[in-house]
Design a protein around this ligand. Structure first.
Ligand code: 13P
Length: 251
């Protein structure tokens, strides 16, 4: 099954207005004409509109870095799906390991966010991944299975068609220590097999599974050559136009 590659840049808590607009403009330029892949940027909330404005008319997709399940109300510090959409976004990263670890979001809350995003027509990117301790304790697959099953609870087959999964081993995030292509492929194949037990096989075969964790210009090609790796979720290397442009132009 041929899946359309998705190269995503997660800016995390980086870039104020001027830097964000400049970086977005450069990425817009170097992604022009790439008709066989999708490019996505997840800027901080405060610059979603500006980035969307700069990229108007381009094919670059915009995502928020999280999203609430409610439409509006007393949820201080949260952002609703409608807000993301009105700022020009069409997707949301959900369950990033930094949300899980630093802000204690659990699988139950992440599931609510996923269902909320789907209900309001945003494409959710569900992040999963094990810590170093879990990997060394041989719990990787147990952790991934729990994150997938609980994160996707109540997601229908129709919903699953709108989902993206990102495997981001926590020990590889921001450490410069990338999972080997074999480790990443093995985890992705595990996730796809699990999805085929939960959903129809053609749906499991069509879901895009991104790899994240120290993706760089130097390793993107070999990662993208793996059969079950359908894209990348990039942190540090997405903050620099030259390196992110090289990544989105992987061969
Ligand atoms: P790095 O690419 O900096 O390791 O970050 C990965 C990540 O967390 C993307 O969401």
């Amino acid at each position: 099954m041929k899946r359309r590659p998705l190269l995503a840049g997660n800016w995390k808590m980086h870039n104020t207005v001027i830097d964000a607009c400049q970086l977005a403009a450069e990425i817009g330029k170097c992604s022009a004409g790439l008709s066989d892949r999708d490019v996505l940027l997840a800027p901080p909330y405060t610059v979603l509109s500006e980035v969307a404005h700069v990229l108007q008319g381009s094919e670059v997709l915009i995502a928020s870095q999280n999203v609430c399940w409610e439409e509006q109300g007393a949820f201080t510090g949260e952002i609703s799906p409608a807000m993301v959409k009105s700022a020009g976004g069409s997707a949301a990263i959900i369950g990033h390991s930094e949300r899980r670890q630093i802000f204690h979001e659990d699988n139950g809350m992440i599931n609510k966010r996923i269902l909320g995003a789907l209900a309001f027509g945003l494409l959710p990117i569900l992040c999963i991944g094990e810590t170093l301790e879990e990997r060394e304790g041989e719990k990787t697959y147990q952790v991934l299975e729990e994150q997938i099953r609980k994160g996707l609870a109540g997601v229908s087959s129709e919903g699953m068609k709108e989902m993206v999964v990102a495997y981001e081993p926590v020990w590889a995030i921001g450490t410069g220590k990338t999972a080997t292509k074999e480790q990443a492929q093995e985890a992705h194949a595990f996730v796809r097999k699990l999805l085929s037990e939960m959903y129809e096989k053609d749906i499991a075969d069509s879901v895009r599974i991104l790899y994240g964790g120290s993706v760089k210009p130097a390793n993107v090609d070999e990662l993208m050559a793996q059969i079950d790796i359908d894209g990348a979720l990039v942190g540090g290397a997405a903050l620099n136009a030259e390196s992110f442009c090289r990544i989105i132009n992987f061969t």
